[in-house]
Design a protein. Structure first.
Length: 386
């Protein structure tokens, strides 16, 4: 049975060239905090990668803090800002379609007294600017809106949102995890104060990422310890992870050559699905979207059953966020878009990677068609029997 992976927003496979490099990376084992040759060798490689990432995003190397990835970055920013500014500015605004690492960090500071308001989004995924305008005040500490949504692929107008937050003296935090390696952008152009990144969404190793903290922005450690990362994140660095991230950051321009091809493939997939399977809706198709993501509602099909049937045939897809799989509750992101529980439970997320082929997509379309027909007819039969 062919195995086809179409869940690249959940995580990505290791880049094949990176996989070949990993044995060499293991030779770099010195503790970067040690001042002897073994430590210095590692430290200088990490610094090189820091400079290279900073250059590709148009920022200063001092603004990068290596950490364990997106969840840690989001927790650090939200808890930091609350701890430092919470008394003076207890109000926070967060989009209603954020990843759980953002939502749950906000729940945590809410329990400590923060006043957190969710920014509504329209059915087509547009952020409600007027709501933000009406709620922003000198009591607002920070606004959080992600660069791109992991479920629908919607891309948000970060520069305009950050300018709006700054006009009232509020900070701006952007979860850029899903944008990294999927769309071209420069952090300096986004105008944000904080941005979070994860290596495993970009063909590198899991458990690694980095946090961008604009020079002068309020910051306290989430992890206290040694003096690593200029005293901003304790703990011996994940050297292998950082080297893998550096390797992929170097390949960023090579991967970005694939953006157009992936977008065409995604559009081809959606066009065929819409014409060959009745009663299908593509979520948030009207606005700007990640080139690789397709979020579908397949009426009268249970998403979990569909996912399991496709899995049995070798296809890896998702019904929503990977972290919510095994959870029978419909996706909070789709509910926030205004979908009914039933619609949200009939969802399927397909996310292509830079190595996904046309043949894989064709095979998937044929399988999806037959599985959907079977599940719909089973549902009809069960209605008749009842
Ligand atoms: C938008 C978004 N933010 C944050 C995360 C969490 O990143 P990590 O797995 O590195 O903690 C994810 C991963 O699913 C994500 O999609």
């Amino acid at each position: 049975m062919a195995k086809v992976y179409l869940d690249h927003n959940g995580t990505t496979p290791l880049d094949p060239e990176l996989k070949l490099k990993i044995p060499d990376f293991l030779d770099l084992w010195g503790n970067p905090s040690s001042i002897h040759w073994a430590g210095r060798e590692t430290k200088s490689r990490i610094q090189k990668i820091r400079h290279q990432i900073a250059e590709s995003f148009g920022i200063s190397p001092l603004e990068i803090i290596f950490n364990s990835g997106g969840s840690e970055g989001n927790n650090t920013v939200i808890k930091s800002v609350f701890q430092i500014l919470g008394h003076e500015r207890p109000h926070f605004l967060v989009s209603s379609v954020e990843h759980p690492s953002v939502m749950k960090s906000y729940e945590a500071i809410k329990a400590l007294g923060a006043h957190v308001e969710k920014i509504p989004v329209s059915r087509s995924g547009q952020i409600d600017f007027e709501f933000i305008q009406s709620r922003l005040s000198e009591k607002t500490a920070m606004v959080s809106v992600m660069l791109a949504n992991n479920e629908t692929g919607s891309i948000y107008p970060i520069k305009a949102l950050a300018d709006l937050a700054h006009s009232k003296g509020a900070l701006f935090h952007c979860d850029a995890v899903q944008g990294f390696g999927k769309i071209p952008f420069q952090l300096k152009d986004l105008g944000v104060d904080y941005a979070t990144f994860s290596a495993h969404k970009f063909y590198a190793l899991k458990g690694t990422g980095f946090l961008y903290v604009k020079k002068g922005s309020p910051y306290v450690n989430l992890v206290h310890g040694g003096g690593q990362e200029r005293h901003r994140r304790g703990g011996t660095e994940n050297i292998l992870g950082i080297l893998s991230l550096g390797f992929m950051a170097e390949k960023l321009s090579e991967v970005s050559l694939q953006f157009d091809r992936i977008e065409k493939l995604r559009n081809y997939f959606e066009a065929r699905i819409l014409s060959e399977i009745p009663d299908v809706v593509v979520n948030s198709a009207q606005g700007l979207r990640l080139p690789n993501t397709s979020s579908l509602i397949l009426q009268d099909v249970d998403g979990e059953t569909l996912l399991m049937s496709l899995d049995l045939k070798g296809f890896a897809v998702s019904t929503g966020a990977a972290c919510s799989s095994g959870n029978p509750e419909p996706s909070p992101v789709l509910l926030a878009l205004g979908l009914s529980r039933e619609e949200a439970q009939s969802s399927l997320r397909v996310s292509l990677g830079w190595q996904t082929s046309q043949a894989e997509v064709d095979l998937f379309i044929e399988t999806l068609k037959s599985v959907v027909i079977r599940l719909r007819s089973l549902k009809e039969d069960s209605k008749v029997i009842r």
